[in-house]
Design a protein around this ligand. Structure first.
Ligand SMILES: CC(=O)SCCNC(=O)CCNC(=O)[C@H](O)C(C)(C)COP(=O)(O)OP(=O)(O)OC[C@H]1O[C@@H](n2cnc3c(N)ncnc32)[C@H](O)[C@@H]1OP(=O)(O)O
Length: 128
């Protein structure tokens, strides 16, 4: 069993989605594709944005993506989100991805996503 220590870094934000990295998502090195991770982060950000906007949203920008370490097949992948800022129709959301693999917990990716609240016709609408 791994002990949790107070001085160890912890995920910041709310758990939005959790899944397992599967073999079909691996790249030529045997680790997980960055594109698959970005896709999970986009989904996690959308969960957070839809909650804040109480309805449809679209991703308008992804900034500051950092891939900190590779993700092995079989790792439990957890995406955490934090709503940083809300404009008229836009929401800035930080997404962190943490993995649990072989008893170790680590942050593997982080990025800043901007979502926009949209109506049924795809036009922007006020978040609040
Ligand atoms: C969950 C998904 O994966 S969705 C699929 C991928 N995403 C898409 O297909 C979206 C395609 N893009 C679009 O349909 C349009 O660009 C829209 C509807 C999102 C926005 O339409 P626009 O005409 O650009 O809207 P507008 O210029 O008024 O900007 C809307 C808001 O987004 C912000 N914004 C627009 N572009 C950017 C950008 N590149 N970076 C950061 N914020 C931006 C604006 O500042 C504005 O914020 P505010 O309302 O809080 O002041």
């Amino acid at each position: 069993m791994t002990e949790e220590r107070d001085d160890e870094p912890q995920p910041s934000g709310e758990l939005a989605i959790q899944t397992i990295a599967m073999p079909q998502d691996a790249n030529w090195n045997g680790d997980i594709f960055g594109g698959w991770l970005v896709s999970q982060m986009d989904l996690a950000g959308a969960v957070c944005a839809r909650k804040a906007a109480r309805g449809r949203v679209a991703t308008v920008a992804i900034d500051s993506m950092s891939f900190l370490r590779p993700v092995p097949v079989g790792a439990v992948v957890s995406c955490y989100t934090e709503l940083l800022d809300v404009g008229r129709s836009s929401m800035n959301i930080r997404v962190e991805v943490w993995i649990r693999s072989m008893g170790e917990v680590a942050k593997v990716t982080e990025g800043l996503f901007t979502f926009v609240a949209i109506d049924e016709t795809g036009r922007t609408r006020a978040v609040r």
